[in-house]
Design a protein around this ligand. Structure first.
Ligand code: UCC
Ligand code: FAD
Length: 596
């Protein structure tokens, strides 16, 4: 932990008088200071894996508060610019990014932010290792985790659906650790008629004549990380652009195409960049509106299966969204906690003010629950990809659980991170509202996590889509029930008993909603989809907090699980000890310097 001091600082003003000078909050090593992360990793990873990756995470935890943070700030301070014409009037459409943005790409590559997940050195645990590195990177990198996430998704799409050439050449660029070889990928789906609903997509793909290469034409309304080397593009297959012969309407007429953006001489290949988006946040990430004008592309996956094929990217990038959201909560909590040790109000430091502690504890609660969910979904992904199952599980169980936990965790943590980062602004007082305090940037950057990669409503409806497979709910309940069983084996623990009982009540409620919907009440399903998805997320998160408390045998973790249940599942009902518990939580934080 950074050095805390209660000493009052003074600064000499112009008049020669000394004025009070507030110390700024400091960030320490973002891996070593994150005691919840250390404990969570200790719970989910085998000892040998943790010991093998610990020194790398430690060095990276230092980099993200030193050189990476500086590069991120430089990128933010010099956002991308579009130069459409050269001095002679030639259309060039060059996107100029700050040199720091390119350096972040090199660092992301050499640190293995994509490759770790595909080298699979730690088998099913590789995803946790990779994703914890990205979690450390996210809030320092000016959202360079965005291009990294899409590249990760593109690599996975090729692994699942790519042809031999793609697997042998393009895939290797995406997972390279050599910055000279490394490529990033975009993911171009959204068009003016719709981002959530892609069924009216106007981009078309026409066979160039050899049955292998297709020419893509259309207007893509949001394309992030447009400086990428490649992209996966949704387009409608047609035989003739004028008559639209051969076109199948709706999303069943779409396929995925892999394109390279530039010709060997570096010029865009039949792509016109019409504008860079003027965004609320993610300012360093170039996001463009562009037009494809016959750009060559190779179809990936079966014709007409564009949505399910591109979903193999979405199901990865949605987990990256969880990473970014949880990382934002953690960064906010880290800054506010440190500030509480440095700022005095009404005669005492904020860290000694019960009301302030209770506000901070609410933020910490959201962060802890989000973190355990992130570890869970990352492990599920690793198991699904590596074909590994735990005792008593089968592969289908892992796959279906992953399928539902992905939208649940994306939609819920996005909303949590928006509210936690908004609270963090207030927690730093007026200075928190100032751009250079860095908190407004975190808030603006995370606001988009509830929009891109599927909005909250769209993902709530996706949850219903996953429940069409009847085994999904069975496995969801089973996974929670396994955790309850573990906890009920612990003798004489009233807190666990209470938590188990609340979770069981929530499971009953979930089942009753499903029964009503299965009886045909689709209006009820639609109008309650968001509330229902929240309930499913919160119930699942409660079981993860409980599992962690059973493992750690720490009374404080049990109180955290209990508090979550009261606040989230019992509609804010509190028990008589809850305020005390949370004071204790912070008291413990102060003392805790947990070593692995
Ligand atoms: O926003 C974007 C990039 C931002 C930058 C990157 C940030 C990454 C985060 C990093 C943090 C810093 S890219 C654009 C993202 N756009 C979306 O996410 C679209 C959201 N809309 C939906 O998800 C819709 O629900 C659609 C597009 C999936 C609806 O399409 P359809 O065709 O109307 O849906 P259907 O008919 O229900 O599904 C068609 C098929 C079905 O399979 P079959 O045909 O076998 O029955 C579905 O089961 O697709 C399957 N499917 C899926 N399969 C649909 N969704 C999924 C899924 N998630 N996984 C597997
Ligand atoms: P709409 O789909 O029109 O949604 C409008 C509103 O309607 C939303 O509130 C939504 O929740 C609601 N709604 C939609 N469907 C339903 C429903 N069934 N039930 C209830 N409510 C519903 N896209 C890409 O393809 N590639 C990119 O690289 C990319 N980068 C982006 C970067 C940024 C910064 C942003 C903001 C967006 C980016 N997008 C990108 C686009 C993004 O994925 C879409 O904006 C998003 O999917 C929503 O689509 P839309 O904007 O068309 O809104």
């Amino acid at each position: 932990m950074s050095q805390h001091t209660t000493e009052t600082y003074k600064q000499t003003g112009y008049s020669g008088r000394e004025y009070f000078q507030q110390q700024s909050p400091l960030l320490g090593n973002q891996f070593l200071e994150d005691t919840q992360l250390l404990r969570g990793l200790k719970r989910v990873l085998p000892t040998q894996v943790l010991s093998d990756i610990q020194s790398d995470l430690t060095q990276f935890g230092e980099r993200v508060i030193t050189d990476i943070l500086e590069l991120g700030r430089a990128s933010e301070n010099n956002p991308p610019k579009l130069i459409q014409y050269d001095a002679w009037g030639k259309r060039i459409d060059k996107i100029i990014v700050d040199e720091s943005w390119n350096k972040l790409k090199d660092i992301g590559c050499s640190e293995g932010l994509v490759s770790i997940g595909y080298e699979r050195k730690f088998r099913e645990y590789s995803r946790i290792y990779q994703y914890i590195k990205i979690y450390l990177f996210a809030c320092s990198s000016a959202v360079f985790d965005c291009p990294m996430s899409m590249t990760d998704g593109a690599a996975r799409l090729i692994e699942l659906h790519g042809d031999k050439q793609m697997k042998e050449v393009d895939y290797k660029h995406f997972i390279s650790r050599d910055p000279k070889q490394f490529w990033t990928s975009g993911q171009w789906m959204t068009e003016k008629p719709g981002g959530s609903d892609v069924s009216n997509s106007e981009t078309i793909a026409i066979d160039s004549g050899n049955g292998k290469t297709f020419n893509l034409s259309g207007y893509k309304y949001f394309t992030s990380a447009t400086t990428s080397e490649a992209s996966m593009v949704l387009a409608r297959d047609v035989e003739d652009a004028t008559t639209m012969k051969g076109a199948i309407s709706g999303s069943r007429g779409l396929s995925v195409y892999f394109i390279k953006l530039r010709k060997p001489n570096g010029e865009l290949d039949r792509i016109k960049v019409h504008k860079l988006k003027n965004k609320f946040g993610t300012k360093a990430v170039p996001t463009a509106e562009l037009e494809l004008m016959g750009t060559p592309g190779i179809r990936v996956g079966p014709k007409g299966r564009g949505v399910p094929v591109i979903s193999s990217i979405l199901n990865i990038t949605r987990i990256h969204n969880v990473i970014h959201s949880v990382a934002t909560m953690r960064r906010c909590v880290a800054i506010v906690r440190d500030f509480a040790h440095r700022r005095s109000v009404f005669g005492k430091l904020l860290k000694d003010n019960l009301l302030y502690l209770s506000t901070l504890a609410e933020m910490e609660l959201e962060y802890r629950a989000g973190l355990h969910l992130l570890l869970d979904v990352s492990l599920l992904l690793g198991k699904s990809e590596c074909g590994v199952v735990s005792k008593g599980e089968d592969q289908k169980q892992v796959d279906l659980l992953l399928r539902i936990v992905t939208p649940l965790s994306k939609l819920y943590t996005a909303k949590q991170s928006i509210s936690v980062s908004s609270e963090a602004i207030e927690a730093l007082g007026g200075t928190g509202y100032m751009e250079d305090s860095d908190i407004p940037r975190l808030f603006r950057d995370t606001q988009v996590t509830s929009i891109w990669e599927g909005t909250t409503n769209v993902l709530s409806m996706d949850v219903w889509r996953t429940l069409k497979q009847p085994l999904t709910i069975k496995y969801y309940f089973q996974s929670i029930e396994n955790r309850l069983l573990q906890a009920s084996g612990v003798q004489n623990n009233d807190t666990f008993r209470k938590v188990i009982s609340i979770i069981r009540e929530s499971m009953k409620l979930i089942q009753s909603v499903i029964d009503k919907v299965m009886s045909g009440d689709m209006e009820y399903a639609e109008s309650n989809a968001r509330r229902f998805a929240y309930l499913m997320s919160q119930t699942y998160m409660a079981s993860l907090l409980l599992e962690h408390a059973v493992w750690s045998k720490d009374e404080l973790d049990a109180q955290v699980a209990e508090r979550w249940c009261f606040v989230k599942l019992e509609n804010g009902k509190t028990n008589k000890n809850s305020a005390i518990s949370f004071t204790d939580v912070d008291e413990k934080w102060r003392e805790t310097d947990i070593k692995l």
